[in-house]
Structure formats: C-alpha cells, structure tokens
Write a protein that binds this ligand. Structure first.
Ligand code: FES
Length: 222
C-alpha cells in the first residue's frame, strides 16, 4: 500500500452539521468539549454526534419564524423536500431550536408557513416527545432509564439530578438553568447511564458525577 492510502485523514465527522455550511457553529459547539466517562473529547464514531443542535441554552420564545439566518435555513429545509408538508419535522425542529419549545401558537405559525391545517401540525408535534410542549431551562437534562441504563443505575442518576437541581421532573429550576426529564433509550446503550444535556451526550454517568456535571453547566452559563 502506498503512503497515500495508509495515511489516515484527520478525523472529520461527516454528520457534523457545520460541514454542510448550514449552521454557523463550530464542532465544539455542536459536540461539546468533554464527556463524563471514558471517551476522549475528540474522535470517536460519528453516530455519537447530533447533526442538528437539538437544544440551545439561549431561547427566545418571542422570536419570529423565521428571520435572518433562520429564514435561510428554513428555505434550505424546504429545498430538500418534494413539498412543504414533507418539511414539517425539520421545520418544527428549527422552531424549537429558536424558541426552546413548540407551543400551540408555534404549531399554528408553522401550519401557516407550510400551508397545513393546525390540526395536522398539532397531531404530528404532539406525537413526538422530543418536541417540548412546555418551557424548559437553559439546560435540558434528559436521563435515560431504559433497559441498559436502568440496569446500571439510571433511576439513581435521575434521582441525583432531581435532588441537585431541586426540581421535580419537567420543572424549571429556580435559577432558570435546568429542566430534568426521564427519557427512553438515547441510543447510547453501551455507555450506561446515558444523559443528553441539550445537544451533548454524557456517558457512563453515575450519581456521584452529577454535582460536577451541574457545576460545569453553571460555570458555562455564568
Ligand atoms: S438504554 Fe439507555 S441509552 Fe439505550
């Protein structure tokens, strides 16, 4: 084999949204910079990385749908689908990214943008638990308690997040920073307990890790 073929290209995650030019985000912003557990901050399998920023700390519930770069992204989404109805899910994603949730008013606006009925959009948006119907804190902490994680202490990790944020599941903490939710499988079953915080995965999380994770988020937010 020639040197050319044996030489490994620098790791570039093909699923990283920044590669498409669609988002003005660095890979650090999409991936996060570090993880609880054994994974190194760089490298790893592309499947570990979300392709869109599921949830950003900054949310603007009053933001218009859509203006500026978000209007460009909306047009790009439309260009990828054969008709406007087919673009419903990514349009809802975009609205949630901007506003932090998909309220009934947002559903109605999306319906108007796509030429769909309110009932159709509401039926789709309420089917998926990943669309927040209620406001959430800057950091949405989703703790998996499905089979693998449950066997490895997922319930205890969930309890620790609730205790250390002083919240009940689904509430926003008094400082506005955190909402903790129990969720089904996050597709990181090999690294239980898996926790998704906004768009970032934390793996092999134990109850003892929880205070440090929250401290890090508080530091990021300050
Ligand atoms: S069971 Fe927790 S990530 Fe799959």
């Amino acid at each position: 084999m020639s040197d050319e073929t044996t030489e490994r290209a620098p790791f570039r995650n093909p699923g990283w949204a920044g590669n498409t030019g669609e988002f003005e985000l660095s890979e650090d912003e999409v991936r996060g910079r570090s993880y609880v557990g054994e994974h190194a901050p760089e490298g790893g399998h592309p499947s570990r990385v979300p392709t869109v920023p599921y949830m950003l700390p900054e949310k603007d519930p009053e933001a218009p749908l859509f203006e500026g770069p978000y209007a460009e992204r909306f047009e790009k989404i439309l260009s990828r689908y054969p008709n406007r109805r087919a673009a419903l899910l990514p349009t809802l994603n975009l609205a949630q990214e901007l506003r932090g949730r998909v309220s009934p008013e947002t559903m109605a606006e999306v319906a108007q943008l796509l030429g769909l009925s309110d009932a159709y959009v509401r039926g789709v948006a309420t089917f998926y638990t990943m669309y927040n119907k209620r406001p959430v804190g800057r950091y949405l902490i989703q703790v998996c308690t499905n089979v693998s994680c449950n066997l490895c202490g997922g319930d205890e990790v969930l309890a620790a997040f609730l205790e250390h944020t002083g919240t009940e599941a689904g509430e926003i903490s008094d400082d506005g920073l955190f909402t903790v939710m129990e969720v089904e499988c996050l597709a990181a079953c090999g690294f239980p307990t898996a926790v998704q915080i906004n768009s970032r995965y934390f793996e092999n999380v134990t109850p003892d890790d929880v205070p440090a994770v929250l401290d890090r988020l508080r530091e990021e937010a300050s």
